[in-house]
Design a protein around this ligand. Structure first.
Ligand code: DAH
Length: 339
C-alpha cells in the first residue's frame, strides 16, 4: 500500500501541474494520468484492487474539486464589461498541438536556402504578392512594348496591379534599400526567396504559383568571376558536395552580359553517361545592367554587381523525387505528411 501512496501522491503532483497549464480546466478530468492509473488497476492482485480503486476515486474527487472551484471563480468574474472592445472573460483560444502539423516542404527549402545565403553574408528579404508595372518591367530595363515582356505572362488586376512573375521585381527596392552600404564600403548582398505567379497551362512541371529566389550583389570591382564563384559555392553548399559549374550566354533585359548557369550533376541525382547528363541547368544570372543600377541611383561607373534568379520548387522536386509540381499547392495530407 505504501507503494500505492507514492503512486497517488506523484500522480496528484503531475495533475496539479497539468491543471495549472490548462486553459480549459475541465479537461484535466480527461488527463492521461487517470487512464494510466486505471490500466494499472487491472495488473494488481485481486486483494489489492479495492483499496487501489478507492484511492483512485479519492484522487478523482480531489481533482473534481479543483475544477468546481475554478468554474465558481470564473462565474464570479463573468460579469460583462460593456465598455470592453472584446469579451475579456473568454478563455484563451487554444492552439492546435504542433505535433499535428509539419513544415511545408517548400517552406523548409526556403529556410534552407536562406540559411546558406545568410551564412555567406546575404541579408534575407521577402517579396510581395502584388506589384506594379514599374517594378515588374520598367525598373528592370524592359521599356514599354519590349517583346521580352511577353516572357513574363502573369495576372493583372483591372486597375493595373501585377502578380509578380519573378522575384526580380524586388531588385530596384533592394538596391535602394541597401544603397547606403556602398557609402560605408560594404557590399549590397541580399537574397529574396518568395512566391511568384505566371499564367501557365498547368501540368506536372508548370504551376501558376511557385517559388523563386533572387540573389543580388553589388560592390566596387565585381566581375563575372565573382558571380560564378559565389553561385558555385552556394550550390555546392546546397547539395552538400563540391561541384563544378559552367555558364553559357543567354538573354535577360536586366543583365548584361546574361547567362544560364549549369552545375555538375550532384551524386544524389546521377543520371546517364552522356555529356548532357553530367550537367544540371539551374538558373538565370548575369551582371546587373547599368540601367538597372542607374534606376536605383547607383553609379554604374563606380559600382558593378551580379544577380541571379532560380526556381525553388524544382530543387525540392529533384531532392525528394516528387513527380508532379501540383502536389505542392494541392493541400493533400497524404502528400504533406511524408515530410
Ligand atoms: N527573373 C528571371 C526569370 O524568372 C531569372 C533571372 C535571370 C534573375 C537573371 C536574375 C538574373 O536576377 O540576373 O526568368
Amino acid at each position: 500500500m505504501s507503494d500505492q501512496n507514492t503512486i497517488f501522491s506523484e500522480s496528484l503532483a503531475v495533475l496539479r501541474a497539468e491543471f495549472e497549464e490548462l486553459p480549459e480546466k475541465r479537461q484535466i478530468l480527461r488527463s492521461k494520468v487517470f487512464g494510466d492509473l486505471t490500466s494499472q488497476l487491472r495488473t494488481l492482485p485481486p486483494e489489492e484492487r479495492a483499496a487501489y480503486g478507492k484511492a483512485l476515486n479519492d484522487l478523482k474527487a480531489e481533482v473534481q474539486s479543483w475544477v468546481d472551484k475554478s468554474v465558481d471563480q470564473q462565474q464570479v468574474k463573468s460579469a460583462i464589461d460593456v465598455t470592453a472592445p472584446m469579451d475579456n472573460n473568454a478563455s484563451k483560444p487554444m492552439l492546435l498541438p504542433v505535433t499535428d502539423g509539419s513544415i511545408h516542404p517548400l517552406m523548409r527549402e526556403v529556410e534552407y536556402i536562406s540559411d546558406i545565403a545568410y551564412r555567406m553574408g546575404f541579408n534575407v528579404e521577402q517579396s510581395r504578392y502584388i506589384d506594379d508595372d514599374y517594378h515588374m518591367f520598367a525598373s528592370l530595363n524592359f521599356p514599354e512594348g519590349h517583346p521580352a515582356r511577353d516572357d513574363y505572362d502573369t495576372f493583372m488586376t483591372t486597375d493595373g496591379f501585377i502578380a509578380p512573375a519573378h522575384t526580380s521585381t524586388m531588385q530596384n527596392r533592394m538596391l535602394k534599400k541597401y544603397k547606403t552600404n556602398l557609402d560605408k564600403d560594404q557590399p549590397i548582398a541580399v537574397i529574396v526567396p518568395d512566391r511568384v505567379f505566371r499564367n501557365e497551362d498547368l501540368d506536372a512541371t508548370h504551376e501558376h504559383t511557385f517559388y523563386q529566389h533572387e540573389g543580388i550583389y553589388v560592390a566596387k570591382g565585381v566581375t563575372v568571376g565573382h558571380l560564378k564563384a559565389t553561385l558555385q559555392a552556394f550550390l555546392s553548399e546546397y547539395f552538400g558536395q563540391t561541384l563544378d559549374s559552367k555558364i553559357q550566354p543567354f538573354y535577360f533585359p536586366f543583365t548584361e552580359p546574361s547567362f544560364e548557369l549549369a552545375i555538375q550533376r550532384p551524386d544524389s541525382l546521377k543520371k546517364g553517361d552522356t555529356e548532357a547528363d553530367q550537367w544540371l541547368e539551374l538558373l538565370g544570372c548575369g551582371m546587373i545592367h547599368p540601367n538597372v543600377l542607374k534606376e536605383a541611383d547607383i553609379d554604374p561607373n563606380v559600382y558593378t554587381g551580379f544577380a541571379w534568379g532560380g526556381g525553388i520548387d524544382r530543387l525540392v522536386m529533384m531532392k525528394y523525387g516528387i513527380e508532379d509540381v501540383r502536389h505542392f499547392e494541392s493541400g493533400k495530407l497524404e502528400f504533406l505528411r511524408q515530410f
